[in-house]
Structure formats: structure tokens, C-alpha cells
Design a protein. Structure first.
Length: 406
């Protein structure tokens, strides 16, 4: 409930301080840039401090502190710095929580426990957005961080009271071995560094793109990189485009709330359909549907303001961020697991994580520039084009990525 609304809050607060979409782009770029070394740092901390509970509690306390600081910040630069600090702390608890599940629950229950864990997290994000939508237009906007920070402190207190640790511990590499754990770990934070990738690791994967057997990882990683680049472009500018189209802050949160609700429903209903249609086909269809929703929102951005644009966003944003995202994410997760799970797990996952982080960061930076100098319509069209490129790459990936049923 705390983490879900903070990105939108930071963007809206920058705009409220008379910042531009360029300022929002810089803030989001800095946030994404910080999460890359943060993922590496907290991974190494998790390896060396086997007290999962300690890391979880300290991360919740740190998140609460950074969220509370927002209420004292009065400048755009201050918001950017605090948002970056929040980003550094917000990646700390994902890996320890995954490991706690594996260390405290029987292996036979891991799949159901991880599914429940994901659902609880999604419901929390949804409730956080609901709280924010109800607060934003009726109470001082800057003070929204007070209940959000209090919820993080409550999480810390509950963790102290309720978390029990076992004497036996798993290494982080175990997350990669179990598909359900990898799925939910990457869903909470799409970067997991078992080791810091080297130049040779990138060359090993991408130099095989011309060859039949070894080209699949290169195609998969390139298509995923294009997806996250497009997502960085779109997600950075969607909130400013709504706000600057004369929508209220509550209406902006409402769009994101509806998208999240649809996403939760879509994730719960996709497993059997992916088995029937196949991984590649589902991924390509998800990318295509997401691209079409981006194009529809691009048309809305240049054609409407106020309630008509809100109507467009309420229809097409949930399609792109909900149905299409869930379909692509679930299918691409199978491809990632099948690729990373074969050999060179640490280096392969490191390349994937670095690619995701860099693509998202560069996409955020490009988004601010495009929206500021050209406009939101062109920005969303650019994101759609990159998704189309990712869809084309996905269709030519070989059959072996489907060897593991979803």
C-alpha cells in the first residue's frame, strides 16, 4: 500500500511545484538509475547477512523515513533526491521475502504460497492507489505521504512480531531454480543480480544472434529490452499527460487504480490460456495489444482534454497495463526461466537485469525529452513502435523456449 502510489505521487508533486514533463523524466531516470546499483548492493547484503527479518524490517523503516521526508520537501530537486533515496530502499525487501517463503514452507507448498504472496502484494498496491485517489482532491496532497509512511511503519512492526526464521538458509541462486519464485521475484522488481555482469557475458549472449541454436537468448533479451524501453517511454509520460490535460489528481490515480485491478484479474486467469496458445504466441499477442493501446492513448492525447481524455485512458490504459502486460509478462517469464535455467545462471541473469535496468532508465530519459519538445502523442507512438519491434522479434524465437509448461 505504501510503495504502489509513491511513483505517481512524486510525479504529480513535481507538476504541482510547476515542474514540466522534462523534470518528471529526469526524476524517473534518476530513480531507475539508482535501482540498478541498489539491486546489486542489497543482493550482496542478503548473501552476507542471513537475517532475512533484519533486512526486511530495516527496509520498511527506511522506506517510511523517505516517504515522510516528502512532506518537508518544497523544491523539484528535493523531490528528485528523495524519490531516488526511496528507490534505493524499495528494492531491499523483495529477495529476503522470497527466500523466507522458501526457507519456512515445505517445497510442495511453494507454488501456492508464492501465488498467495503475489495476490496479497497486488491487493496492497490496489488499496494504496484507492487510498490515494480518495485523498488527493479532498485533503492536502503533500500530506498523502503521512498515511503511506505510517503503513510502512506498521509493516515494520508486524515484521518484528510475525516473521519467524529457520536456522537453515538458502542462497539467492535458489530463486532462479524455482520458476514460481523467479516469477514473483521479478514481478516485484525486474532485476536480480546473482553476479555483476561483465562485457564478456554480454558478448557471449548477443554474438550468437546469427546462429540457430545459440540465437534464442539474444532474441529473447533483445525483445525484452525493447519492451522495457517502450514501457519506460510510456510510463514516464502517462501521468503528466493526464494531469496536463486538466484532469484532477484523484482522476489520475483512478486511471492507475483501474489498470491495476484489471492486471490482478488478468494474472489470475492467464495460466491455462498460455498453455493452450503457447508462450511465443501469447507474448506476441500481449505486445501487439499493448502497442495498440498505446496508439489509442496517443490519439486521445492529441485530440482530447478533460473528461474525454479520461474516458480514453480508462478504457485503453487497463488494456495495455492490465491485460496485455499480464499476458506478456507471464509468457516472457517462462522464456526467461528456460533460458537462464540452463547454464551460466549468474551471468545470464546479470545480463538480463542490466538490460532491463538500462532500457527502462534510457526510456524514461527519452520520454521526458520527447514529451517536452514534441508532445505526448509522438511519445506514445514511439513507445508503440518499439513494442511492435519487440513483437516481431518474439515471433521468430525458436520452439525450445516453450519446453517448460507455464
Amino acid at each position: 500500500m505504501t510503495v504502489g502510489p509513491i511513483g505517481t505521487f512524486a510525479q504529480l508533486y513535481i507538476l504541482q511545484l510547476h515542474g514540466s514533463v522534462l523534470d518528471v523524466g529526469l526524476a524517473t531516470t534518476l530513480f531507475n538509475a539508482v535501482t540498478i546499483p541498489a539491486s546489486i548492493f542489497w543482493g550482496f547484503v542478503t548473501d552476507r547477512i542471513h537475517g532475512r527479518k533484519t533486512i526486511v524490517v530495516l527496509s520498511y523503516v527506511g522506506i517510511a523515513a523517505s516517504v515522510f521526508v516528502f512532506s518537508f520537501v518544497k523544491t523539484i530537486y528535493g523531490v528528485e533526491v528523495v524519490y531516488a533515496a526511496f528507490g534505493f530502499l524499495s528494492v531491499a525487501f523483495a529477495t529476503p521475502l522470497n527466500l523466507l517463503i522458501m526457507e519456512t514452507q515445505p517445497k510442495s507448498k511453494w507454488a501456492s504460497i508464492f501465488s498467495r504472496f503475489s495476490m496479497v502484494s497486488s491487493v496492497g498496491v490496489t488499496l494504496g492507489l484507492l487510498l490515494s485517489a480518495g485523498w488527493a482532491d479532498y485533503l492536502p496532497f503533500q500530506l498523502l505521504v503521512i498515511p503511506l509512511g505510517a503503513l510502512a511503519l506498521l509493516s515494520a512492526a508486524l515484521s518484528v512480531q510475525m516473521i519467524r526464521e529457520k536456522t537453515s538458509v538458502f542462497e539467492r541462486s535458489m530463486i532462479v531454480m524455482i520458476r514460481e519464485s523467479l516469477f514473483h521475484r521479478l514481478l516485484s522488481m525486474p532485476m536480480l543480480f546473482l553476479k555483476v555482469p561483465r562485457i564478456m557475458d554480454f558478448l557471449r549472449i548477443f554474438r550468437g544472434v546469427k546462429f540457430g541454436v545459440t540465437r534464442e537468448p539474444a532474441l529473447i533479451y533483445t525483445s525484452i529490452g525493447a519492451f522495457y524501453f517502450a514501457s519506460g517511454i510510456f510510463n514516464t509520460s502517462i501521468v503528466p499527460s493526464l494531469y496536463q490535460a486538466n484532469l484532477s489528481q484523484s482522476q489520475v490515480f483512478l486511471v492507475l487504480l483501474v489498470g491495476m485491478v484489471v492486471q490482478v484479474i488478468a494474472f489470475r486467469s492467464l495460466g491455462r490460456r498460455i498453455q493452450q496458445k503457447g508462450v511465443r504466441r501469447t507474448a506476441a499477442q500481449g505486445l501487439t495489444l499493448r502497442a495498440l493501446s498505446y496508439l489509442a492513448i496517443a490519439i486521445g492525447a492529441v485530440s482530447f482534454v478533460g473528461l474525454p481524455y479520461l474516458g480514453v485512458a480508462l478504457v485503453f490504459y487497463p488494456i495495455g497495463a492490465g491485460i496485455a502486460y499480464a499476458a506478456y509478462y507471464a509468457a516472457s517469464n517462462v522464456m526467461i526461466f528456460n533460458t537462464v535455467g540452463r547454464s551460466n545462471q549468474g551471468s545470464s541473469l546479470g545480463v538480463f537485469s542490466a538490460l532491463v535496468g538500462m532500457a527502462t532508465m534510457i526510456g524514461s530519459f527519452v520520454s521526458g525529452l520527447l514529451s517536452f519538445f514534441i508532445g505526448y502523442g509522438a511519445t506514445f507512438v514511439a513507445a508503440a513502435v518499439w513494442l511492435g519491434f519487440a513483437a516481431v522479434l518474439t515471433t521468430i524465437i525458436g520452439q525450445e523456449v516453450e519446453s517448460e509448461a507455464f
